[in-house]
Ligand binder design. Structure first.
Ligand code: GLN
Ligand code: ZN
Length: 771
């Protein structure tokens, strides 16, 4: 028997309807009823799309107004105490307070009456951010199923089998955070399980046959206590007598595949895209009476599936004696755009290769028909055969397309000298010549790159894009912005300047648009968090740089000042990480190709007289594989890609990099291996604690720990900054220390930016005076 389903569907809407409905509700323009009505309509539309494309189940429970983990916090009744029930507040209002925070207006000291939101962090290795549950020893759980049941009742009106999707208890716990020192949230499991049991029993009472419980933590190097708890947890849930499909995805379960196959559940979903190697093991170990759900369609990328290869896997499954096989995307379709057909801006040659959620459901149906036909010992005929052949032709046509291949790039990469990723001399020598060249004071001050992206700038760019103003006019305005940024930085006395990035919409898109091998969609939005969406560039072919991308701007900015103005680039790993990337060659190869393009830009900046070049790598850490065993391989090519970008320059050219997060401790050797002359990082919110690791590791190069948090408009006090720099100087040799904010300032206003940077410069002066 063959059935099809999806683990989840994009909830934001084909035209981001949910985003706009949420934002107008938050602005107070619509009522809660109106917002609910929009959500209801969207869910119906999405279920109908699943029915229309032939899925055997529609999935209920994947909807959320903001985030699915946040929904589970309410479902399980474990909101932290600060979001306590208030009679005048609806449940949804409480939910929005929990995910967005709330500060009391008209209060001079906002901090006192502030209900800060839950923390947000990335969902496994995706770019989707979830709300982190908070746990203490007094956390209690209580089932609140009203909203889930309401969705089930809505779905029932469509008269189609329903599968409910929930996050499993162990993943829910593990992805949360203990807020009490010494308390292990794992200890809450015994309290949590009965509540899950009750929810499952209620689902059963509402006529639900199947529930999908997502346990992606099974793809991690999971601590022993969690692993060991699976068996007894699922045994306990079994008593609800609803059928459970345990869903794993994103990564291999190897190391514990056999026990996973033996868990007391009715079905297992595996990710055959990211963990293809698990399939033979599962075929061996999963008892034949259990449903095996094969995740055959990539839920993390946008390329059409090679259905022939997928069909092969299905045959193997039946050959192995499996009775009931379900076909599905590898994971929830939350991570891909709604659909691509009709997109107006994607390169028309690339467009037929792409599949969004809707196209992926169509692939699933085609695959089901083909598998059924094959099971009957027949071959596809008629319209289905035509569809299948067309599809496969398109898939093949991509792999053979000249559009993908640039012989010159391939040859250059193949012929790259083994020393191409090395600077001319080791850091100590470079540091000396750079000091002689730049003669910077102690604790040099700088910023991370961007200055406030004012409404003015955004309007200007929008009008330029729509051809309402010509290129000359556009650049006249941008030049004016740069001029003002430089004047401002000189006025307050910063040592190393930036041009402010006024010409950039987004740090990846800006480069993608100028590189060969990329294309952009008009509507390929993917939810990032809450109502926020991103539209990742599509990297389809060999990457090359037809011409200089930033040199004119950098040269112009440098001409305005005697002080060094940093050339500003985005690094190869970040460009890769924030795009949808071709899957017909190793990511490492693609990263090295991007690195070559950036390398040429770096060389040209140097030739244009730019003495300091910053190559941002904010996504360097998030590229880490979920399994530690694969870290080294990744870090090897990632640091190599960075070094290839950074190494064509003379010893006295100073390479900077920037990373805006602070969990470095486990990858310090790989950060050091990038060999940037200066690295700026985020540290202010951790009170410099995170710099300690760099100190203990004896990080060899120069470092600029962020001395104030740019995520809030608050202007820091001079004493605060002085204290932070002092603290930094205790763990890092003071002669290697720079002073800068945590990250770029594009989301800030000018007023607070001017004030904060002036304070930063004054604080630095206090320390210099002590020398
Ligand atoms: N140079 C970029 C900026 O200042 C860096 C942004 C980032 O690290 N995310 O905006
Ligand atoms: Zn940053």
């Amino acid at each position: 028997m063959i059935k099809t389903h999806t683990l989840g569907f994009p909830r934001i809407g084909e035209n981001r309807e949910l985003k706009f409905a949420l934002e107008s509700h938050w602005r107070g323009e619509t009522t809660e009823e109106e917002l609910r009505a929009t959500a209801h309509e969207l869910r119906l539309k999405h279920w109908q799309a699943q029915i229309d494309s032939g899925l055997d189940f529609i999935t209920v429970g994947d909807f959320a107004f903001y985030d699915q983990m946040a929904d589970h916090i309410q479902l399980l009744g474990c909101e932290p105490a600060r979001f306590e029930f208030k009679a005048e507040q609806s449940k949804l209002q409480r939910y929005f307070t929990m995910v967005r925070g709330k500060s009391t207006e008209n209060h001079s000291c906002a901090h006192v009456h502030e209900t800060w939101a839950l923390e947000m962090t990335k969902w496994f290795d995706t770019n989707y951010h979830y709300m982190v549950p908070e746990f203490t020893s007094s956390t209690v759980f209580k089932a609140h199923t009203a909203s889930l049941v309401e969705q089930i009742e809505q779905a029932k009106t469509l008269n189609h089998p329903i599968k409910v999707s929930l996050i499993g208890p162990l993943t829910f716990l593990y992805q949360g955070k203990s807020k009490q020192t010494g308390f292990e949230q794992f200890d809450l499991l015994e309290k949590l399980l009965p509540v899950y049991g009750q929810i499952l029993a209620e689902l059963k009472a509402h006529g639900i046959e199947w529930v999908q419980l997502d346990e992606p933590v099974l793809g991690l190097d999971l601590p022993g206590n969690y692993l060991a708890a699976f068996e007894r947890s699922y045994l306990q849930l079994k008593s609800s007598s609803i059928k459970i499909l345990l869903a794993t995805y994103f990564s291999t379960t190897q190391g514990h595949t056999s026990p996973v196959c033996k868990l007391p559940v009715d079905g297992l979903h595996i990710d055959c895209v990211r963990a293809e190697e698990d399939l033979p093991l599962v075929l061996d170990w999963l008892p034949n009476y259990k449903v095996l759900s094969l995740g055959l369609i990539d839920g993390r990328n946008i390329w059409k599936t090679d259905l022939e290869a997928a069909l092969n896997k299905i045959s193997k499954t039946f050959d192995a004696g499996k009775g009931e096989v379900w076909l599905a995307p590898s994971c929830s379709l939350l991570h891909v755009p709604y659909r691509f057909n009709n997109d107006t801006t994607v390169n028309p040659q690339v467009l037929p290769w792409l599949a969004g959620a809707i196209e992926k459901l169509e692939e699933l149906e085609l695959l089901k028909q083909a598998a059924k036909t094959q099971l009957q010992g027949k071959t596809l005929t008629g319209a289905l055969a035509t569809l299948w052949n067309e599809h496969q032709t398109t898939v093949k046509q991509r792999t053979q397309s000249p559009l993908l291949n640039n012989a010159e790039v391939k040859a250059r990469l193949a012929a790259l000298a083994p020393t191409a990723d090395q600077r001319g001399s080791e850091f100590a020598i470079r540091q000396q010549v750079q000091r002689e060249r730049f003669k910077l004071p102690a604790f040099p001050t700088t910023t991370i790159g961007s200055f406030p992206q004012t409404k003015n700038i955004r309007n200007l760019r929008a009008r330029f894009k729509k051809n309402e103003i010509d290129e000359t006019t556009y650049w006249q305005h941008i030049s004016q912005e740069i001029r003002q940024a430089i004047e401002f930085q000189e006025r307050i006395g910063l040592d190393v300047l930036v041009h402010g990035e006024a010409e950039r919409n987004d740090m990846v898109e800006y480069f993608g648009e100028q590189l060969e091998g990329f294309t952009f969609s008009a509507n390929g939005w993917v939810q990032s968090y809450g109502s926020r969406c991103v539209k990742p560039p599509i990297l389809f072919g060999d990457v090359s740089r037809p011409k200089a991308m930033t040199v004119d701007v950098a040269r112009f900015a440098q001409s305005l000042s005697e002080k060094p103005v940093k050339g500003m680039l985005t690094g190869p790993v970040t460009i890769l990480q924030w795009s949808f990337v071709r899957n017909d060659q190793a990511r490492a190869t693609t990263a090295l190709q991007i690195a070559l393009a950036i390398r040429d830009e770096v060389a040209e900046l140097e030739a244009a007289g730019i003495g300091m070049i910053q190559i941002d790598e904010p996504a360097y850490r998030e590229g880490l594989p979920l399994r530690k065993a694969r870290w080294d391989e990744y870090l090897n090519w990632a640091s190599k890609a960075f070094r290839i970008s950074a190494s064509p320059v003379r010893n006295d050219t100073q390479i900077h990099t920037h990373m805006c997060y602070s969990e470095f401790n486990d990858i310090l050797p790989a950060i050091a291996a990038m060999d940037a002359d200066v690295i700026t990082i985020e540290t202010s919110r951790s009170d410099m604690e995170l710099l300690r690791g760099f100190g203990e590791f004896h990080y060899p190069n120069e470092i600029g720990p962020g001395v104030y948090d740019i995520h809030s408009p608050r202007v820091p006090g001079q004493d605060e900054i002085v204290r932070l720099i002092r603290k930094a100087a205790q763990v890092i040799p003071p002669e290697n220390l720079w002073v800068n904010p945590d990250c770029g300032l594009k989301t800030r206003g000018w007023e607070e930016t001017e004030a904060a940077l002036a304070v930063m410069v004054k604080a630095t002066q206090v320390l210099r005076d002590e020398l």
